[in-house]
Design a protein around this ligand. Structure first.
Ligand code: HEC
Length: 305
């Protein structure tokens, strides 16, 4: 309550004392990116608390309000303001330099694994657009079941519970060369992190073919709408891309389940892989051989599949 009052006063003061700067950032996902970046530091929707304001299709950021929430982030941004503008590249540079610590993400993979253990892991394998290495993606079966069993309650969308972790290990010749991961936050976004082959936090992935800055390039794809292969062609095979195979290896190919979830094109929870699709497709195969337990049968019944 007190915070809200302070913010209100600051909003009034801010407007009159020129503490507002235009955030030059355009494109269809600009607003979501702005929310992600600012909420990463404040845990609040920046548009709701007056850090950001939309006026006539432009977005302004209020330095004094931000200072109340996160003085360090505000000061870092302030040093990059030129005239009345803060440009998108400057915002990204500041985020890239400070995000891991602001989010308190573990410095080592060992600490990461201790904080986000994955019980009953389900594993999916893919050659996709992120890396030429094989990607082995792991999440807990419980988190996946939770997303599926709340599908109708969530308006025919797949949402993972807060605290869900999804790991994607990049593998060559049976060695894990790096680990990327997403962890579901309470504000609906995910955190992104990368660990190198020695298990230390890395600011970008290996250049195979492109080094991807974490998190600023991760959100480029995960917050966008662009379709990717092999997910877009599923259940058909995807054409190979220049410089790499595109193939999703795990699970049965079932057109009906694919059309039911439209998982990759909807990407309701910023998650791009085919987890519910292939998991449920596999259950339908197993049902034919009567190897399902009662909770798995209940899950198929719930979906009507
Ligand atoms: C070129 C677009 C693109 C970029 C950039 C990208 N991703 Fe993804 N990501 C995908 C796609 C597509 C998938 C689905 C699986 C696959 O094909 O690899 C995915 C899957 C994932 C998954 C498994 C959960 C899911 O959403 O399916 C994790 C974890 C992940 N990415 C983390 C990251 C991190 C961390 C970064 C930044 C270092 C990153 N990604 C950058 C496109 C991207």
């Amino acid at each position: 309550m007190l915070m809200r009052m302070i913010v209100l006063v600051l909003l009034l003061v801010g407007c009159s004392s020129g503490q507002q700067f235009e955030l030059s950032m355009s494109g269809e996902k600009a607003e979501r990116l702005q929310q992600f970046y600012f909420s990463s530091y404040t845990n609040e929707n920046p548009f709701e608390v007056g850090i950001l304001e939309k006026r006539k299709r432009k977005v302004y950021f209020n330095l004094s309000v931000l200072k109340e929430f996160e003085p360090e982030f505000a000061i870092n941004l302030e040093s990059r303001i030129t005239g009345n503008f803060l440009d998108a590249e400057s915002l990204k540079t500041v985020v890239q330099a400070t995000y891991f610590d602001a989010r308190n993400l573990p410095q080592t993979l060992t600490e990461f694994n201790a904080r986000w253990a994955i019980d009953n892991p389900k594993i999916f394998e893919v050659h996709g657009p992120v890396t030429r290495y094989l990607r082995q993606i792991t999440m807990s079966e419980k988190a996946l079941q939770y997303a599926i069993l709340n599908y109708f309650a969530n308006g025919e969308k797949l949402y993972y519970p807060t605290g869900t972790v999804i790991k994607a290990e990049h593998i060559s010749e049976n060695k894990i060369l790096e680990t990327t991961a997403m962890m579901k936050r309470s504000d609906g976004f995910w955190d992104f992190v990368t660990y190198d082959s020695t298990g230390y936090r890395a600011s970008e992935t290996l250049p195979n073919p492109r080094a991807l800055a974490t998190p600023t390039q991760c959100v480029g794809c995960h917050l966008g709408k662009k379709p990717f292969e092999p997910e877009d062609s599923w259940p058909s095979d995807a054409p190979d891309a220049p410089g790499g195979i595109r193939k999703w290896y795990t699970g049965a190919r079932d057109q009906q389940v694919t059309d039911f979830f439209k998982e990759h094109s909807l990407r309701s929870d910023l998650v791009l892989g085919l987890y519910a699709t292939t998991y449920v497709s596999d259950l339908r195969v197993q049902r034919k051989s009567a190897t399902l337990d009662s909770s798995e049968i209940a899950l198929l019944d719930y979906l009507g599949l």
